[in-house]
Every structure is written in C-alpha cells, then in structure tokens.
Ligand binder design. Structure first.
Ligand SMILES: Nc1nc2c(c(=O)[nH]1)N[C@H]1C(S)=C(S)[C@@H](COP(=O)(O)O)O[C@H]1N2
Ligand SMILES: [Mo]
Length: 248
C-alpha cells in the first residue's frame, strides 16, 4: 500500500468525516472486521483498520522476570466435563490438536508432538476486558510454525481456533496468526500449563485482550472466509456483545 493511500485511510478516520467512508476504505484494503455490522461496528472497523496499518508488526510488551505476578489470577471457567476429566487423569497423553481447512497437510498432533516442536518463551501480560491483568512467562510453539508445517495456503486470511469447551471459539487474522508472539502455550512459569489457566494448551495472543487467548485448544482451521463459522462474526465473542478484534 502506498504512503499516500495509507494517509488517506488514516486521515479519513482521524478527521471522522464519516465513518461510512472509513468503512468503505477499510473494505477496499481488506481491513474490515467480521463483526462490523454490530452496534459498535463502524468504531470497531476504525480501530482495526488503524491499528493494522500502524502496528501490524509491533510487539506486545515483554517484561523482566522480576515482574512476574506472584499470584496470577485464573478466571474461572464453566465445568469441563467427563471427556476432559478422562484426558486429564491420563496426563493429557491422548490430547490432540487438529489442523485443517486451507492447508496442504492436515494433521492431528499429540501434546507430545507439540512439545517436540520449536518453542518461544515470553513474559507478557494477560489483560481481561474487565480490567484486571497479570504477568506470566509462557512457552509454546509459535502458531506460525504449525501453519508452516501444515502448509497453510497463501490465500488464507484467518485462523479459527476451537476449545474443548465447545462454546469457546475465536479467530485471528494472518497478521496475528503469523506474529512471533502468538504461541500455542503448553508451559507457564516453567511448569506444564495448569488446567485453570487453559492447560494442557491454550493459544496466547498477547496483542489482544484475554478472551482471545482461548483455553483447551483442540482445533485450528485455516480459512479465507469467516462467514462459514457460527453466526459469521468470526468468534463466539461478538455473539455475546464483545468485539472480534480486541487489540491492546
Ligand atoms: N476455553 C476458554 N477460554 C477462555 C475463557 C473461558 O472461559 N474458556 N475465558 C477467557 C477470558 S474472558 C479471559 S480474561 C482469559 C483469562 O485467562 P486466565 O484464566 O489465565 O486469567 O481466558 C480466556 N479464555
Ligand atoms: Mo476476560
């Protein structure tokens, strides 16, 4: 994109001439979030388009060890059910993560496979939309690595991810999916990721609010179209009134 058209897009937003004009430009550049028709739709489009243009490569803040929270807060989750318990009792040795959709090599990996893959360690903050946050060290496989191993298509635009908790699913665009801080975290503060924090594996998306860091991930689907999933809003979050794009 040329600097001039960048200015045009940002200028349209900052001048707030009309949100409709921004939405139109956003659509032209493929920067319209899937939930833009909601009550806050035009505003969300503006945030998403502006952040994507200005910060698509930027890093979420990383902290020194001394800043790790002594008492990280595990936000309670709905009961996990018997299937989950069985897997847990067996030490998650049969836990699988599948990848499908627009990939050359669909796969289903065991947790042990994941633990063999390259890993990145980062000390970042988890920020809930309700205002609290904590800092912890997470290690896991960069999502970019598994996308590479599976051979994600170059036309892919999003990765949809699902939890073992069937009502929890979300998606991110390729800028976040390929971002080096987006990891399938299996380790927290040097220990196997505890169940209350999403163990055995959660997707950590530190550039977005906590709800995008879905716990108990079992499936990744690469796609170019979010309309096919759920109500077509890209995530369970907008179905409950939260924004699909939750950049911080
Ligand atoms: N599967 C699943 N993932 C989830 C949730 C959940 O209830 N179920 N809660 C989300 C919300 S709202 C937040 S703020 C964070 C909380 O992460 P924490 O328990 O590590 O604090 O997890 C997110 N991921
Ligand atoms: Mo949250």
């Amino acid at each position: 994109m040329s600097i001039l058209s960048r200015r045009r897009l940002i200028g349209a937003g900052l001048g707030a001439t009309t949100l409709a004009a921004t939405a139109k430009l956003g659509a032209h550049y493929g920067l319209v979030p899937p939930d833009w028709r909601g009550v806050y739709g035009p505003g969300e489009s503006l945030t998403y388009a502006a952040q994507r243009l200005l910060t698509s490569q930027s890093l979420a803040r990383e902290f020194p060890r001394s800043q790790i929270s002594r008492e990280p807060f595990a936000n309670p989750v709905a009961p996990l059910g018997d299937d989950f318990r069985k897997l847990q009792v067996a030490g998650f040795k049969d836990w699988r993560i599948a990848i499908d959709g627009m990939v050359d090599r669909p796969a289903s990996w065991l947790l042990a496979d994941l633990r063999q893959m390259p890993s990145r360690t980062q000390i970042t903050s988890l920020q809930c939309e309700e205002g609290w946050n904590y800092i912890a060290e997470w290690s896991g496989v960069p999502l970019a690595h598994v996308l590479d191993v599976a051979g994600a298509a170059s036309q892919a635009r999003y990765v949809v991810y699902r939890s073992h908790q069937s009502d929890w699913w979300d998606s991110i665009d390729m800028a976040d999916a390929l971002h080096l801080q987006t990891i399938l975290a299996h380790t927290m503060n040097g220990e196997p990721l505890p169940v209350p924090f999403g163990g055995p594996v959660r997707l950590r998306v530190p550039r977005q609010l906590g709800y995008k860091s879905v716990k108990y991930v079992v499936q990744l689907t690469v796609t170019d179209d979010l309309k096919k999933f759920g109500q077509g809003l890209g995530s369970a979050a907008p179905e409950a009134g939260y924004a699909w794009y939750a950049g911080i």
